[in-house]
Design a protein around this ligand. Structure first.
Ligand code: MN
Length: 143
């Protein structure tokens, strides 16, 4: 069986090396990138088992990149785990609404990092895990 593949997008070099090491220790084949712009075409090409996406990036940010990946039929179902530092209340919900499958805060804890990757890697659908606001649900039901 071939190794499961992960695309890692992280602009901070130290974090990128740590995350890559941790993922490789778990047996994943890792493609590490420092820009979300590069992740979009590579995700379409290699269709990884998961994308680990830093949210704060120069240029295209991680949430916008996630929305683009979710609009593309080729990348629609790839699990995406958001990684954010200085997490504020509501950040997790914003990530899930944007289409992220999971959420990790920096500085990471190794155990929870591993658990979140393992939890998300086999998620078949990448539908947001939170319900849309009630007002939107009512409009949906009436159409
Ligand atoms: Mn960053």
């Amino acid at each position: 069986m071939t190794a499961k593949r992960i695309i890692l997008v992280e602009d901070n070099e130290a974090n990128r090396l740590i995350f890559k090491d941790l993922l490789e220790l778990e047996g994943f084949e890792v493609t590490s990138l420092n820009k979300a712009e590069d992740a979009l075409p590579i995700a379409r090409e290699i269709k990884p088992n998961l994308i680990l996406m830093d949210i704060q990036l120069p240029g295209l940010d991680g949430l916008t990149a996630t929305r683009i990946l979710r609009e593309d039929p080729i990348t629609l179902t790839i699990p995406i785990v958001a990684v954010t530092s200085y997490a504020m209340p509501g950040d997790r919900e914003r990530a899930l609404v944007a289409g992220c499958t999971g959420y990790i805060t920096k500085p990471i804890r190794v155990d929870s990092f591993r658990e979140e990757i393992q939890r998300c890697i086999d998620v078949k659908t990448s539908e947001p895990k939170v319900q849309p606001p009630e007002s939107e649900r009512i409009i949906e039901n009436q159409s």
